[in-house]
Write a protein that binds this ligand. Structure first.
Ligand code: AMP
Ligand code: MG
Length: 331
């Protein structure tokens, strides 16, 4: 009998419950996303959203999967990194279920889950991964028992940058997908700062400059969206390309919410061709934050005995990807 794992995701804007088997079948992947009426994500409001929707999301996941709580073998939850209040709310739900049904609890690193769900569903074995989302921007690859971080943002993540710009431009949150659509109509490349420091990236000055071009220099919104994407994605591509050259990996995996962007996919596809690596993008249903990725990674960890005591299941808002020791091999 395959194992069945419930994965709870709640690091930021979304509360998700996914149910996945040890054979990699996704039986359910329910999600409720908090949408701020004005401004960005307020951590406490997002956490209140999660506690308000948790039981409903959970019930609909169990219903979809056609199982009862007692039939679960493992309960996994996003233990970090993320927004403290959101992490704590999600952890309370996971601990309660684990205690109630006497089911082992597994704490999952959110960044690791984005990589592992990508590996599962694209069939990649040992890729360079570009993980781009609202909360993270990380180029990583496996080496000596850990996913090493080769490059990352030194200020705001790319998804956050697109959302911030979107907000200033009067677009509804999340701005990323709207910027993508508008960018397709842009024709003029407006000059913006291109900031790569070693293998790290900075998007904060880029966003400020883009807002200035729009508001003070009265450039067309479509042109600024186009330029913002061209600059930001070229920066991501540059760092990713150098990581490929350095590690000599043969696969490139794009994951995270921003992975849905067609222009980014196109630019990475070109680099992959030049570098002679196979390019894969995570399916869009699991690109953004979701419970299934937590459930699948929970299964992997559980198989290697990585169970945690409820008393020791504190969340870690700053938990880094390379802090996790990976017990499985990349075969
Ligand atoms: P996540 O944090 O992984 O759930 O992803 C959410 C982020 O992905 C938000 O910042 C969105 O703006 C961004 N996003 C979603 N779709 C797109 C897209 N098509 N282009 C750019 N960004 C996107
Ligand atoms: Mg994420």
């Amino acid at each position: 009998m395959p194992l069945i794992c419930l994965g709870l995701e709640g690091t930021a804007h979304s509360f998700g419950a996914g149910i996945v088997t040890s054979e990699g079948d996704i039986l359910a992947n329910e999600i409720s996303t908090y949408l701020p009426i004005t401004g960005g994500i307020h951590p406490r409001e997002a956490a209140q959203h999660h506690s308000a929707v948790a039981s409903q999301v959970l019930q609909s996941a169990l219903l979809k999967a056609g199982i009862s709580g007692e039939e679960l073998d493992v309960i996994a939850f996003s233990q970090g990194p993320g927004l403290g209040p959101c992490l704590r709310t999600t952890a309370v739900v996971a601990r309660a279920l684990s205690t109630l049904f006497d089911i082992p609890l597994v704490g999952v690193n959110h960044c690791l889950a984005h990589v592992e769900i990508g590996r599962l569903l694209t069939g990649t074995k040992d890729p360079i991964t570009l993980y781009v989302s609202g909360g993270n921007t990380i180029v990583s690859a496996f080496a000596d028992k850990r996913y090493r971080v080769f490059g990352e943002t030194i200020d705001i993540p790319i998804g956050n940058a697109l959302d911030m710009f979107g907000r200033e431009a009067g677009l509804q949150h999340p701005g990323g997908p709207k910027v993508e659509v508008l960018a397709r109509k842009g024709k003029k490349l407006v000059e913006l700062p291109y900031i790569v420091k070693g293998m790290d990236l900075s998007f904060s000055g880029l966003v400020t400059a883009a807002i200035r071009k729009l508001k003070e220099e009265k450039e067309q919104l479509e042109d600024v969206c186009f330029s913002l994407q061209e600059y930001a994605f070229s920066m991501l591509v540059e760092v990713t390309e150098r990581a490929i050259a350095h590690t000599q990996k043969k696969e490139l995996l794009l994951t995270g919410g921003v992975a849905q962007n067609k222009r980014l996919q196109e630019m990475l596809g070109e680099v992959a061709k030049d570098q002679e690596v196979a390019f894969f993008t995570v399916p869009k249903e699991v690109a953004g934050d979701n419970g299934a990725m937590i459930a699948w990674t929970g299964i992997l960890l559980y198989k290697y005995g990585k169970i945690i005591d409820v008393e020791k299941s504190l969340v870690d808002p700053k938990w880094r990807l390379e802090a996790v020791e990976i017990p499985w091999s990349m075969e």
